[in-house]
Design a protein around this ligand. Structure first.
Ligand code: PLP
Length: 476
């Protein structure tokens, strides 16, 4: 007799597909309650048992008690941290990827999935102005991408002529916390450069490197942020790139949040210089409307990343090969053929995503975005991002018009920092909790220059000025 776990069960399929259909059709998605919900331990008591349960009962428990204890990042009323706004097409296709247990580890096993993922990576590389030969892979998030890229920055330092025994990576204090964490994992000390009005600039980097500070000579790379998570600011990418080129530093651009705005002509000039990146991170699960978990990691010279990340013993040999073929910042332009869906002249170069980050097995997590981009076209993405930017400008104007609120600064991308006059932290905290409890919005306070502030992060094209109006009204 066959093990029943592996036999298709019509009834269970109807149940689960029915749930998915209902969830996908919710308009709008409810905000729900997260950790503010009732204690969950009793809810789960005894659910996993030797005998198992009726799937209907388990699904009901999930739907009524667990799903409601997760604040929906894709609700248009989720405006804290970084929201999510996956397209319906991407969510539907995520089910296809799951139903196919489709992995994307190597070309040998997964060429079809990998070629489609690489097609998306090429779109992103094109938007950034990276060369045709740029390539990489999708990883679980910006954190994993930063870690993987900075590992390449470290391990190729010698290749760029550095001989630091204890290499350092420069970044500003505004860099995302995952950068500090990645450096800790890698045993690299950060070389912190003071920002200028919260932005890392080429001048501040150059000054810090040339003023004889301890460790300046050990700096082998620099991290710039294209869209800081707290305020949405874009570093002086062109200036930093110039210093990096002069000093042969690896130039890593963290666009986990802001990279989606590469689609938007209205803010594209802010990203000037991004085309010089040695590595670039863009999280489609943030501003490219894809489901979790999905981060695009691109390298200007993929051969270098491959040499570092390939999981076989020939580690250093391969770096050597990369050197000889001139693939690398210090070398000539000659590169192995571009990744994916037919290289130049239609030649299909094998491409193993596993070789471009620290992972081995991986889900083909780029496919939901691929499907959505293929279905809707890039114009629809441009419009969706521009809509969000336009709403941001409207919300900023509303904050300025409202007598009891003031902008902390004009927004750069889609994050609005503002204050309610005369409020202290306790006011903001109580207000935030009340708004969630009333299901008006999930909006959490932040800190700016040592003072509490309110923060609205926009990302869902359906979050309109009316939602902001409601939120501001609760501060009166
Ligand atoms: C969100 C974010 C990260 C981390 O990305 P995850 O996908 O959450 O791992 C890194 N850098 C920046 C700038 C971010 O906004």
């Amino acid at each position: 007799m066959r093990n029943p776990m592996f036999v298709f069960d019509d009834k269970m399929a109807d149940l689960v597909f029915g749930y998915c259909r209902e969830r996908l059709a919710l308009d709008p998605v409810p905000l729900d309650y997260g950790g503010y919900a009732t204690p969950l331990r009793e809810v789960l008591e005894g659910v996993i048992s030797p005998e198992g349960n009726d799937p209907a009962r388990v699904l009901e428990l999930f739907a009524e008690r667990l799903a409601t204890a997760v604040i929906s990042p894709d609700s248009p009323r989720f405006v804290s941290f970084i929201p999510a706004a996956p397209t319906k097409a991407s969510l539907l296709f995520d089910m296809v990827v799951s139903s196919s247990s489709m992995h994307g580890t190597s070309w040998l096993e997964s060429a079809g999935a990998v070629s489609a993922e690489n097609q998306v990576l090429r779109v992103l590389a094109g938007l950034a102005g990276l060369p045709e030969t740029a390539g990489g892979c999708f990883v679980s998030g910006g954190s994993a991408a930063n870690l993987s890229a900075l590992m390449v920055a470290r391990d190729t330092a010698g290749h760029r002529g550095h001989d630091a025994e204890r290499p350092k990576i420069a970044c500003s204090e505004e860099a995302h916390s995952s950068v500090a964490k990645a450096l800790r994992v890698l045993g690299i000390e950060p070389f912190v450069v003071a920002s200028v009005d919260h932005r890392l600039t080429g001048d501040s980097l150059e000054a810090a490197l040339s003023e004889g500070r301890t460790g300046a000579a050990d700096v082998v790379g620099v991290v710039a942020t294209a869209g800081t998570t707290n305020a949405g600011l874009v570093d002086d990418l062109a200036g930093v790139a110039a210093v990096a080129a002069r000093r042969r530093l690896w130039f890593h651009v963290d666009g986990a949040y802001g990279g989606g705005a590469l689609f938007a002509p209205s803010v594209r000039p802010l990203f000037a210089g991004i085309e010089h990146a040695d590595s670039l991170v863009v999280d489609p699960h943030k501003w490219l409307f894809a489901p979790y978990d999905c981060a695009a990691l691109l390298y200007r010279h993929p051969a270098l990343a491959k040499a570092v990340h390939t999981q076989d013993a020939a580690y250093l040999d391969i770096i050597h090969e990369a050197l000889q073929t001139g693939a690398g910042p210090a070398g000539a332009r000659e590169e192995p053929a571009a990744p994916g869906a037919g290289g130049p002249g239609g030649a299909e170069e094998p491409w193993n995503p596993t070789d471009y980050a620290y992972h081995l097995s991986r889900r083909a997590r780029g496919l939901p975005l691929w499907f959505s981009l293929a279905v809707h076209g890039t114009n629809a993405y441009r419009e969706a991002v521009e809509t969000v930017l336009d709403t941001t400008r409207q919300v900023a104007a509303l904050v300025e018009e409202t007598p009891y609120t003031e902008l902390v600064r004009q927004p750069t991308l889609s994050i609005i920092l503002f204050r309610r006059r005369s409020w202290c932290r306790a006011h903001y905290d109580a207000w935030s909790a009340q708004l969630l409890s009333d299901q008006v919005a999930f909006v959490t306070p932040t800190t700016w220059e040592g003072e509490p502030a309110a923060r609205i992060a926009l990302l869902h094209p359906d979050t309109d000025i009316e939602v902001a109006r409601e939120i501001l009204a609760t501060m009166a």
